[in-house]
Design a protein around this ligand. Structure first.
Ligand code: ARG
Length: 718
């Protein structure tokens, strides 16, 4: 009886139209399906102003930024706003202990001072197109259960023509777990320059302590500019390149935000898994997340020790450290909130409804039982997989050494292809510079090798260990395991050619099998890789394949079961739009969080003894003198952050937050602790997006940075 009541209640919640705030909608469709609701909520723009391929629209001012962020164009000279944590890698790379722009900030007071950010690129969405019918025709040629496997290949064929011989990038992405397909055509610009950044004490204020949390006081922004050739087209860096003339840029609003105001975000959310099963949730809570957190905790501690001791090391590892720390805390929060928000129970109840609905349809009833069996196998090897990726290969040396596998494979062929060997060696040279040399710090990396080997040895089922490890540890006397591990790693690091770049490059000029087979670091990496590839990878692959097929059917069934519901596809790094409101919330009984923070809060949080809560002297002066210019809110304080109900995830970092008139009011940069389960289940009560108020951004640029040149370049709406 109890269960039935529960089922009925969830059924009602489950079938009503999606909440306004939930959903990462495809901009192409947003004008049709969601438009009425958006205008009811306050939107003043026409569908064509949101997305149009013939005339300038909002989509033309939103860019895919760098390695998985979003940015927006904010002037007619190609000025770009994104998060500080999105520009972080470029800023750290442009810093030295003598000229530490990461620590001190940087402002180009005219264009000649702007700094080329090598390797950074941005891409615009030219257009998107529903290619479902074309794809389904092609996929129908394959056996039913292997169709998804061929989606990538068929997608590449379909996208080929749209590339117009290299003018654009084009790719097909599946939506709704392979039930629909869309093609995206993008144009990439590669001459990107750093224009301005606040000091890290502002751009990362609150550090990892405040990360993923509200109330927040981070000035998480940085400014770049796109440069083009004289025809306004993409070009590699050249001193003669000129600022980009955009089709569209965002005007910037100084009018501020009120609780309840309409707010919309465009951007490139990376990945969600909103239709994950209860089984998947359980595995994440019990196995995957704790394993990731355990390994990352150790790696972070070992990196930090070296970073704190040496500024050069700090600049070298800062960006990698921040990335590891960001998702370390993410997985802690996700586990906590999956439990707190009862996501397993909610998923389970939804699945029960589905099973009842599909009871007469054998293709739907059997899928859960099948998946359960797959999980039983997957569970035995999943941890091994995590410990390889997050543990053993958490060492830069081992990760780099693993990349020699392809070279060995080619050298082992009886008729070795010299051209191919040369090409593989070139890749390894390139990776040496871009990855190994950029990130290798001998002290911390060696300690990471020791620590991760020890964890692997203790935590992974002994039956799954590589023979090399079993043999090695058989020699260890009881209680002396750590000693042996230390000695072994010490030897590997001192004997490998990888740590000697002269020897390494000599080898790569003329690769041979003997060196590979003799090198202790390469052999160490190979022992783990081969053991996994030969014995366990097949189970992981089989699971992923089965899970994808399951998801495809489950999704199809869910859409059949609720024909009147507007579904939105999971995030997959394609452009999306989400709309909602500025809104406060209550995180727990008796606690209320207001929808905005101010400069006052920064002064309250100041702690000179913690590098996460240092407040620059100049900011304190501005505060003391109330030197706020045009940037104070109605209460006389400078606003710093605000909250919206928009539905975003990682990848949306740096996204434009816009008001009902399409004016920029802020930059999205984080999610909140209480809704850290959000990538797996949207929680309408708790889910919030944390944004930098654009007035704080302008205040810092103008009053702290003195870069009035940038303020003048923008179109301010007062
Ligand atoms: N949580 C933010 C995001 O994923 C990143 C914040 C970066 N700051 C940090 N302390 N690691 O978008």
């Amino acid at each position: 009886m109890k269960k039935q009541i529960l089922t009925l209640i969830t059924f009602i919640a489950f079938t009503i139209t999606t909440f306004a705030d939930e959903g990462m909608w495809l901009p192409l469709l947003v004008g049709q399906k969601n438009y009425t609701q958006m205008t009811q909520m306050g939107l003043k723009l026409s569908p064509q102003q949101l997305y149009d391929i013939n005339n300038a629209s909002i989509k033309d001012a939103v860019i895919w930024f760098g390695g998985g962020c979003t940015g927006e164009v904010i002037s007619n000279e190609g000025l770009v706003l994104t998060n500080h944590h999105c520009g972080y890698d470029a800023i750290a790379t442009l810093s030295t202990p003598e000229n530490n722009r990461l620590a001190n900030g940087f402002w180009a007071l005219d264009k000649s001072q702007e700094l080329p950010a090598q390797g950074l690129s941005v891409a615009f969405l030219v257009r998107m197109e529903d290619v479902t019918e074309k794809m389904l025709v092609e996929l129908a040629k394959y056996p039913a259960d292997s169709q998804l496997f061929y989606a990538q290949k068929e997608g590449e064929k379909i996208a080929k023509a749209a590339k117009e011989d290299g003018k654009y990038e084009a790719f097909v992405k599946d939506m709704f777990k392979g039930n629909q397909f869309y093609m995206f055509v993008m144009e990439r610009y590669t001459d990107i320059r750093l224009v301005g950044t606040p000091p890290e004490s502002i751009g990362k204020f609150g550090g990892d302590t405040d990360n993923w949390m509200w109330p927040r006081h981070t000035g998480d922004f940085s400014i770049f500019r796109i440069y083009t050739n004289s025809n306004n087209k993409p070009a590699a860096y050249s001193a003669s390149n000129v600022p980009f003339k955009p089709k569209k840029y965002f005007p910037v609003s100084l009018k501020g935000v009120e609780n309840g105001d309409f707010a919309m975000i465009f951007g490139f959310p990376g990945r969600t898994n909103r239709y994950e099963t209860s089984m998947g949730v359980k595995l994440a809570i019990e196995q995957t997340n704790p394993a990731i957190v355990k390994l990352r905790t150790k790696r972070l501690q070992l990196m930090k020790e070296q970073m704190d001791a040496n500024t050069e090391v700090r600049l070298q590892l800062a960006s990698r450290y921040a990335q590891i720390a960001n998702y370390w805390k993410y997985y802690i929060g996700q586990t906590e909130q999956l439990k707190h928000n009862k996501v397993y129970e909610r998923k389970f109840a939804e699945e029960e409804i589905f099973k009842n609905w599909g009871a007469t349809n054998p293709s739907y009833t059997s899928i859960f039982g099948q998946l359960e069996k797959e999980y039983d196998i997957f569970k035995k090897y999943n941890k091994h997989q995590v410990y390889l990726g997050e543990g053993i290969r958490g060492s830069i040396l081992v990760a780099y050494a693993s990349a020699f596998l392809d070279l060995e494979k080619e050298l082992l062929k009886p008729m070795a292809d010299t051209a191919k060997i040369h090409a593989l060696a070139q890749v390894l040279k390139f990776r040496h510079t871009s990855f190994y040399k950029a990130l290798y710090n001998k002290e911390s990396d060696k300690e990471i090798m020791v620590a991760t080997l020890e964890m692997y040895y203790n935590d992974i089922d002994k039956a799954q260990h590589p023979e090399m490890l079993t043999k090695l540890m058989a020699k260890a006397k009881k209680g002396k395991e750590t000693e042996l591990i230390n000695k072994t790693i010490e030897k590997i690091v001192s004997k490998t050619i990888i740590t000697d770049s002269v020897k390494l490059f000599k080898f790569l000029d003329k690769p041979n099998l003997k060196t590979i087979q003799k090198d202790p670091a390469i052999q160490y990496a190979f022992a783990f890789a081969k053991n996994y590839n030969n014995n366990y990878k097949k189970y992981i692959d089989a699971f992923n394949f089965a899970n994808a097929n399951f998801g495809n059917k489950y999704m199809k069934g869910l859409m059949e079961m609720q024909p009147n519901k507007y579904f939105y596809p999971d995030a997959n790094s394609t452009m999306r739009c989400t709309y909602g409101n500025i809104k406060d919330y209550s995180p727990k009984d008796a606690v209320h969080y207001s929808h905005f923070t101010t400069l006052k809060g920064i002064m309250e949080k100041e702690d000179p003894t913690s590098d996460e809560f240092v407040v620059p002297t100049k900011l304190k002066e501005l505060y003391k003198n109330k030197d706020y210019g045009q940037y104070a809110g109605k209460d006389g304080e400078v606003p710093v952050g605000f909250l919206t109900t928009n539905d975003i995830t990682g990848g949306n970092s740096g996204s434009p937050v816009i008001n009902a008139n399409g004016e920029l009011i802020g930059t999205a940069f984080d999610g909140n602790w209480e809704a850290m389960s959000g990538d797996i289940a949207f929680d309408a009560q708790f889910k919030r997006t944390i944004c930098v108020d654009i007035r704080y951004t302008l205040f810092i640029i103008d009053k702290l940075g003195g870069a009035t040149n940038l303020i003048k370049e923008m179109t301010l709406i007062k």
